[in-house]
Structures are given as C-alpha cells and as structure tokens.
Design a protein around this ligand. Structure first.
Ligand SMILES: [Zn+2]
Length: 254
C-alpha cells in the first residue's frame, strides 16, 4: 500500500521497545489510528521533538496490511500548541477534546470532525483568558455534535413529542440523550433545566460563533451537565480523566 500523507494531531504517545514510540493520531484522512514511530526516542531521531501530545502537523503513514498498527515515517510539525500550557484551563479543555477524539472518534472518519477538533485547539489556545471557560464548553459540545450524539432539545428524546421550554423547568435525561416530555419524565431519573439553561445549551451546541453569557455559577452547572451527559455515553468501566479534572474545575480549588 502506498504511504498516506495526511494532516494529523498527536493524541497520546507511549514508549515502545528500546528506541521507539507508539502514538495515537487523529488524522484528517484515516480517522484515529495507532502508529509506530521507529527510532523516535533515539538521539537525533528524524522526528526530533515533534511527537508531543496535542501538536499537529503533516503525517506520512505507511498503512499496515494485516494489523491496526501503522508505521509513521515522517511528521512535519505544524503547530506545537505550546501556548495551551500557559493556562491550566486552556490545557484542561484541550485535553478533554483530545480524550473525546481518542474515545469516540475511531469509527468516525469524517473530515469535518477532524477539522473541527483541530480548529478548536487553535481557538482555545488563542481566545482571551476571560472567555476560555465558555469557549471551552462550546468547543466540547461542538465536538460532541460532530461525533453524532448531541442532545435532543426541541422534542422528547424517547418518543419525539415536541417539548416547549416556556412552562417552567424541562426534564433532561443524559441517559436518553436529551429533553423528555412530561409523561416520559415520570418514568426515569431526570435533571430539570430552566428555559434559560436550555437556550444557553442550544447556543453552545448549534450557535456557531455565538457565546452565551455565563457567570461562574452557571459555568459550573453547565460543566457538570456536560460531564454527566458524556459519562452515559461511555462503555462500562471507561473513564475520562481529563473530563473529570475539567468538570470539577480542580484548578480553582473549589
Ligand atoms: Zn416522551
């Protein structure tokens, strides 16, 4: 098979053997793949310091015929995203995005998903400090939407009956994937979301460049909601450590 040249972002790396590394890459053309970078830990390796988590660039991959471990023959660095590390919340959001790609994207080979992920890293790295939190929420919900499991907000997630937001708090079930009509809500465990929360959620998921105005209390509630929602979409026993760190805003000491 001929080598594939593709835009790629490093999601994780582990040492392999004496001198090599195995990396998981989000790629534009092959989805999320595992690659071996032979000799990457040798001094003077052609990969240099390029194989850093969350750095992106142009990868040349030799597809394996009979295994899922392909060979990385070159990685031309584009952006190291070093500025993500200047602010712990930026880094936390970027890590959650990477974690979601690792966990949910292997079966998603849509170019748009990769492009959104890569663009989100650029945005999170560059936005002013005072909007990192809300832009982070929007980026994570946006990636959830691209991965195909955004919550249903306008109709009952169980039976499709339209659900209005005007008459007080609306039942929301992470397990069912969105809002529930009153009769379905009686049968399961739900959270209650005010119409303001639902409008904010809709803006973050579907509002493109718009941002809701969220103060600290609302931000904390929205982080917890997103955390609960994602947990229901994990396989048994799986954990998302970056998500847990971000959702509790552990760096704020509260
Ligand atoms: Zn219903």
């Amino acid at each position: 098979m001929p080598p594939v040249e593709t835009a790629a972002t490093i999601l994780s790396t582990i040492p392999y053997g004496e001198t090599s590394k195995v990396a998981r890459l989000a790629t534009r053309d092959m989805g999320v793949v595992s690659v071996i970078a032979k000799g990457a830990r040798r001094p003077g390796s052609r990969f240099g310091a390029a194989l850093q988590v969350l750095s992106d660039g142009a990868a040349t991959i030799l597809p394996a015929r009979h295994s899922d471990l392909h060979t990385l023959t070159a990685f031309e660095i584009g952006r190291l995203h070093a500025d993500l590390a200047t602010n712990i919340e930026r880094y936390a959001v970027a890590s959650v995005l990477g974690e979601l790609m690792l966990r949910f994207a292997p079966h998603d080979r849509q170019v748009e998903t990769y492009d959104f992920f890569r663009h989100s890293l650029d945005v999170i790295e560059a936005v002013p400090e005072d909007v990192v939190a809300v832009v982070g929420l929007r980026s994570i919900w946006g990636l959830v939407k691209h991965l195909g499991f955004a919550p249903t907000l306008g109709a009952c997630a169980r039976d499709g009956i339209p659900v209005g937001w005007e008459d007080g708090p609306v039942a929301f079930s992470p397990a069912h994937g969105g809002v529930l009509c009153p009769s379905c809500a009686r049968t399961v465990d739900v959270s209650r979301l005010a119409s303001r929360d639902l409008r904010d959620l809709e803006v973050m998921i579907h509002g493109h460049d718009d941002l809701p105005a969220l103060d600290g209390r609302y931000l904390a509630a929205h982080r917890r909601l997103l955390d609960r929602y994602l947990r229901y979409h994990l396989a048994d026993g799986a954990t998302l450590p970056a998500l847990a760190f971000w959702a509790t805003a552990a760096w704020q000491g509260s």
